[in-house]
Write a protein that binds this ligand. Structure first.
Ligand SMILES: [Mn+2]
Length: 413
């Protein structure tokens, strides 16, 4: 569609308050606030009905130079204040007042080269992929609140920080410090979702989110949310690559099927949920390899029957680490790493909806994560299934923060 044929109009979710000569405009969905001159207000008035840019320039030509109008139009469209034909008016990220750990906010733009790529933390507060307990939707807000108490200025203080409290020597955290110091660890805010929004709409937004960020050469790191979100997140990232590898830390294989589910699959009406994201991902021929770590428990009696999948059961992890089996992982394939917090033993991370006994301890789990990250090329990642309602004394949140810091530290600059 050429620019000329686009019709523009004012967005529907705005609050406009006159402030002296200017107007204060707040977008209800993305939270962005602008103080704008009379020109902007006039454009909003003209654009109550869909209008082409030609018509708009014509109508404003006696009061404003066309260049000024076009610049303002671009600015307003970027902020979602006006929309164009084909724009999805419901798709927004909302930045909190204070970013996670004080890191810079992410604004859409491509890095000049891949050496300048950014890591982008993204909250997706959606838990309805688990019909029994969807409180993992509260995790993005919870980790934002929790890190406010003692990690709020991690970014600014990165040079003086002593990370030994996170279970390793300071030299281990060099990469994390570099990400912080380079301003390339960023907060992309939370995806805006409505209560009871259709899951299919949420998944479409997640796919768009990771596709946009990865398509600009940056690395999305989603903070879920339930594990059903990993399927669209992988789909978005996979669009940018010929082939990708999935690395999954999880107690479950997430290839859950039963006879009833198969019946629905046969009719093309298979439900997507937090226990089958991998079955759906595997339908894509772009998925070249899947490594699953930490699998255990009575729910895993039917491991995926797919030659691309390799399972390292929980009890095999110590041997995997000792025998340097990590060499078997492909270092070149673009990798999506998904981390379900129920990977850890429930004594370590009780705050999750589907805990499974006999999982890896805190240190073993984090050692495995560091070892794997050291080997692979991460282009997207997530941390899922942290359920604050089931937590004990913020124990799981602490584990989640540690896991996130290790994840960032393990992604090569
Ligand atoms: Mn799981």
């Amino acid at each position: 569609m050429s620019l000329d044929s686009l019709h523009y109009r004012t967005a529907r979710c705005l609050n406009v308050i006159p402030r002296g000569e200017n107007y204060e405009i707040t977008h209800e969905l993305n939270g962005r606030k602008f103080v704008l001159p009379r020109l902007a207000y006039q454009l909003l008035t003209h654009l109550k009905e869909p209008t082409t840019i030609e018509e708009l320039l014509d109508r404003t030509s006696t009061s404003f130079p066309s260049k000024e109008v076009q610049t303002m139009l671009n600015r307003l469209r970027k902020g979602g204040v006006i929309v164009a034909t084909g724009d999805d008016e419901t798709y927004h990220r909302r930045l909190p007042n204070k970013t996670l750990m004080g890191i810079p906010a992410y604004h859409d733009s491509a890095p000049e080269d891949l050496q300048n790529r950014r890591l982008v933390l993204l909250g997706v507060p959606f838990g309805s992929g688990n019909k029994l307990d969807g409180a993992c939707a509260k995790f993005p807000a919870k980790i934002r609140w929790f890190t406010q108490s003692y990690l709020s200025s991690l970014h600014a203080r990165n040079h003086q920080l002593d990370f030994r409290g996170f279970g390793a020597d300071n030299s281990f955290f060099t990469s994390l410090r570099e990400w912080l110091a380079s301003n390339r660890l960023t907060d992309g805010g939370d995806l805006v979702l409505q209560p009871n929004e259709y899951p299919s709409s949420v998944y479409a937004k997640v796919e768009r989110l990771t596709e946009e960020i990865n398509g600009k050469g940056n690395v999305p790191i989603m903070l879920g949310g339930d594990h059903s979100l990993t399927f669209p997140a992988i789909a978005g990232v996979a669009r940018q690559h010929e082939a990708i590898q999935i690395i999954q830390f999880d107690a479950h294989t997430d290839t859950y099927v039963n006879r009833v589910a198969e019946l629905y699959a046969g009719s093309g009406k298979a439900p997507h949920h937090h226990g089958n994201f991998l079955s759906n991902a595997l339908k894509s021929t772009k998925i070249a390899k899947v490594w699953q770590f930490g699998i255990r428990g009575p729910f895993t009696m039917t491991p995926p029957k797919d030659a691309r999948c390799k399972i390292v059961y929980a009890h095999e992890i110590p041997d995997f680490l000792q025998s340097n089996s990590v060499q078997q992982l492909d270092p070149d394939l673009p990798t999506y790493l998904t981390f379900d917090i129920d990977f850890f033993d429930p004594t370590v991370a009780p705050g999750t909806a589907t805990p499974v006994i006999d999982g890896p301890g805190y240190r073993t789990g984090l050692d495995l994560l560091a070892t794997v990250l050291d080997r692979v090329n991460v282009v997207g990642a997530d941390l899922m299934e942290v359920n604050p309602d089931r937590d004990r004394d913020d124990q799981t949140i602490q584990v989640a923060v540690s896991t996130l810091l290790r994840l960032i530290n393990g992604i090569k600059m």
